[in-house]
Design a protein around this ligand. Structure first.
Ligand code: SAM
Length: 284
């Protein structure tokens, strides 16, 4: 394989547009029980993970997505102790969540091969997080977990694939309603919600399906170059309307107390991430 061309997104409106990577070495290609998994090396983006032809993470810019999907909710909440990650089998979100003084993290990943092969070929993503005594990895369907578990969480991070294949059910109202049942009072759900430039209806649909269950539904933005199309939308749902209104001044002492370095997240970026251009705000 000399070139990898990213398959069209689940949304057919993506027709006729793709991104292509030069492949210096293919490390693994496997048809798992759930999806086609490929990990390959590139000259400019380092190692890359793709599932069913869609880019999931690249060594060069994974820090953007994983920092923003973990630190914005955790610094907003300020004292989250119990976190659920749905999906996230590559370990990037788990790595960032564990930098906070959380007590327990459950990671529910449907495809054990993702965890196994990312630990082997993309160890920088989890960076030892899977061995942290606070982390518990459950190989199973996140839909079933939130429907059947009796546990409650301060934060639920839905780090899913796009709404196709095993990830499709993670964008339904039933799933969002079950997430609400799993949340402690004042808790927060954040979601991977696509690139509005190409997948506007994905964000609009999630907004419609979250609103019956949460008082405050919105999104915040990050620019992840290899999630092609400009801004990436990260869904936000909570009953605590104040969480979204924290200012840089509110967040700066929390970030300073945390005492760790980041490459994309900062209190200023956190506050600015909720400033939505009208074409995105209109979707919610
Ligand atoms: N950062 C990536 C993105 O933004 O597209 C997502 C990373 S992670 C690799 C996505 C994970 O969601 C995959 O490992 C996939 O197996 C998992 N997944 C999809 N559907 C799931 C489900 N119903 N329950 C649990 N995990 C699921």
């Amino acid at each position: 394989m000399t070139w990898f061309t990213e398959a069209l997104y689940a949304d057919p409106s993506h027709e006729g547009y793709a991104q292509t990577f030069y492949v210096s070495r293919e490390l693994v290609r496997r048809r798992t029980d759930f999806q086609e998994l490929v990990i390959f090396e590139t000259p400019h983006h380092g190692r890359v993970l793709a599932l069913d032809g869609v880019i999931q993470a690249t060594e060069k810019d994974e820090f953007v997505y994983h920092e923003m999907l973990a630190h914005v909710p955790l610094f907003a909440l300020g004292s989250a102790k119990r976190v659920l990650i749905v999906g996230g089998g590559d370990g990037g979100i788990l790595r960032e969540v564990l930098r906070h003084p959380v007590e327990q993290v459950r990671l529910v990943e449907i495809d054990g091969a993702v965890v196994e092969l990312c630990r082997e070929h993309l160890p920088f993503l989890s960076a030892g997080a899977f061995d942290d005594p606070r982390a518990r990895v459950i190989i199973g369907d996140g839909i079933r977990f939130v429907a059947e578990s009796m546990e409650t969480f301060d934060l639920i991070v839905v780090d899913s694939t796009d709404p196709a294949g095993p990830g499709e059910g993670l964008f339904t109202e039933a799933f969002y309603g079950d997430c609400k049942k799993r949340l402690a009072p004042g808790g927060l759900v954040v979601t991977q919600n696509g690139v509005p430039h190409f997948q506007p209806q994905e964000l609009a649909r999630s907004g419609r399906r979250l609103k019956p269950h949460f008082a405050d539904v919105g999104c915040y933005l990050a620019v992840v170059p290899t999630y092609v199309g400009g801004f990436m939308a990260l869904g936000w749902a909570t009953d605590d309307v104040g969480l979204r209104r924290l200012t840089e001044a509110d967040l700066a002492p929390r970030f300073a107390r945390a005492g760790f370095e980041t490459r994309y997240y900062s209190p200023a970026v956190h506050a600015a991430a909720f400033a939505l251009p009208p074409f995105i705000a209109a979707l919610l």
